[in-house]
Design a protein around this ligand. Structure first.
Ligand code: ADP
Ligand code: MG
Length: 227
């Protein structure tokens, strides 16, 4: 119990466009324990997405240390980092980021095919995907394309896709930011159940502080600092 899955120490993120410099993250320290549900909140522009991208190894900090299970990311090769990302981390975005040309089942299968370097699925993998579709309540939508789905349904596809490689941690960037109240509740309940039932660590970034406060632990970004 209480094993740290991600640990950040003294993270800084500076953006510069040649003329101006903007320090978005300042000396950020945080621990995320295995099995936790945590939120990261702060107003728009406070650096939530930046922090989440760094935690997800999609972006690197300007300074500071990020460790996954005690392993320092900064000394890993690009290959090692992408393996870690594929094995351990699932992402969910505000605007779903689904492939519009692909069906629901193809969108969900894609990360698995990429990992296996194969264009087909084994029957075991196929069953697993059927199960995921059921878990997110989309078994009767598997041949739909994203444009034929509501926002809430599209986000459920994105959640199933995030789960396909059995991640230990899911990083969700404003996952309900584009949804109405009813769908917000559905998505939040789904994430909470994944946390409770499967023990998946979940980090939700949201500008909605009232919503963020419903998580057992909350980090708040203020002027680049985490409190
Ligand atoms: N690639 C970038 N280059 C320069 N500035 C950026 C870049 N990405 C984000 N920013 C700036 O960093 C700040 C934090 O952005 P972001 O992490 O997206 O905040 P949030 O997700 O909390 O709204 C914003 O002021 C934004 O304009
Ligand atoms: Mg953001």
């Amino acid at each position: 119990m209480n094993r740290t899955i991600v640990q950040a120490n003294g993270l800084y993120k500076k953006y510069s466009d040649g003329e101006r410099e903007l320090t978005v993250l300042k000396d950020v320290d945080l621990h995320i324990y295995k099995g936790e549900l945590v939120s990261i909140t702060g107003p728009s522009g406070s650096g939530k997405s930046t922090l989440l991208h760094i935690l997800g190894i999609l972006d690197s900090p300007t300074k500071g240390v990020l460790k996954y299970d005690e392993a320092d990311i900064s000394i890993m090769s690009e290959d090692e980092k992408s393996t870690l990302r594929n094995r351990k981390i699932g992402f969910i975005f505000q605007f779903f980021h689904l492939f519009s040309e692909l069906t629901v089942i193809e969108n969900i299968s894609l990360p698995l095919m990429i990992k296996n370097k194969k264009r087909s699925l084994s029957s075991q993998e196929h069953n697993f995907i059927e199960q995921l579709l059921q878990d997110v309540g989309l078994q009767d939508r598997c041949l739909h394309r994203p444009s034929q789905l509501s926002g809430g349904e599209q986000q459920r596809v994105a959640i199933a896709r995030a789960l396909v490689n059995n991640p230990e941690i899911i990083l969700a960037d404003e996952p309900t930011g584009n949804l109405d109240k009813e769908n917000r509740d559905t998505i939040y309940n789904l994430l909470r159940n994944l946390n409770n039932d499967k023990g998946i660590t979940i980090v939700i970034a949201t500008h909605d502080e009232a919503f963020a406060k419903t998580a057992p632990r909350m980090f708040k970004l203020v002027d680049g600092y985490v409190i």
